[in-house]
Design a protein around this ligand. Structure first.
Ligand SMILES: Cc1cc2nc3c(=O)[nH]c(=O)nc-3n(C[C@H](O)[C@H](O)[C@H](O)COP(=O)(O)O)c2cc1C
Length: 213
């Protein structure tokens, strides 16, 4: 572990070992992932979405509670989602003119595919709710990586509608299920901009035992 070495990973800083070592190539996929915007057609193919969800279902999961609840919204259903979000925003904020909520109609078309990230959290001794939510987050991360590995772009967003229980009901979640965000997935419209990544030594330290200082 080299903590002092700056770790600003960009797509151009990939390993020269890649072509010789397929395992390293897998890591380079992880290292080059970044959230992408804008997201456009074509939508992920069905078989690619299947792989993306299969990767989600490899997330660590304490107690095998399987807390993952994913809902796909795509095609014309996005228009209905936009209408629902406008309706609910108007109900939440009756004093705000309806046209000020209309941006949600466009937001629903922000990507060809929207995956609503749902969580079914159970009361289980020894498996706190946080751990179950973290499993859903791990599944979402696997999806971001899988989408990237398949050549798509993806972005995890939340926003003011995410935690509205009436929206959850409209999306046919059970009353005790939660929503932790939306994964937008689609094709990318332009090449990725290089991004500066955090320094490793700002986030990682080694503990050498209580007697070490
Ligand atoms: C739970 C969660 C919710 C997020 N919500 C938003 C959001 O609503 N809007 C936004 O611009 N970024 C949001 N982000 C951050 C982006 O998904 C993304 O991580 C960030 O833009 C950094 O890009 P990167 O993934 O390439 O590092 C959220 C991230 C997480 C984990």
């Amino acid at each position: 572990m080299t903590l002092s070495h700056p770790s600003s990973i960009t797509a151009s800083a990939m390993s020269s070992e890649t072509s010789a070592n397929p395992r390293r190539a897998a890591l380079d996929v992880l290292l080059s992932r970044q959230s992408r915007w804008p997201l456009v057609d074509p939508a992920p193919r069905d078989e690619d979405l299947d792989v993306i969800f299969d990767c989600a279902l490899r997330a660590p999961d304490h107690g095998r509670l399987r807390p993952w609840r994913f809902v796909v919204v795509r095609g014309d259903a996005r228009a209905e989602l936009g209408e629902v979000m406008v309706e609910l925003a108007c109900q939440r904020e009756p004093a705000t003119p309806r046209e000020e909520q209309a941006w949600r109609r466009e937001r629903a078309f922000a990507a060809p595919v929207i995956v609503v990230l749902g969580a079914s959290v159970e009361a289980r001794p020894g498996i706190p709710a946080t751990e179950q939510l973290l499993s859903v987050a791990a599944a979402a991360m696997n999806m971001l990586n899988a989408a990237h590995a398949l050549g798509y772009g993806a972005f995890w967003v939340t926003g003011p509608d995410t935690y509205d229980r009436d929206l959850h009901a409209a999306l046919d979640f059970e009353p005790d299920e939660q929503v932790v965000g939306f994964l937008l997935i689609g094709s990318t419209a332009q090449p990725a901009e290089p991004v500066e990544r955090p320094r490793r030594d700002a986030h990682v330290r080694e503990w050498l035992g209580r007697a070490s200082f």
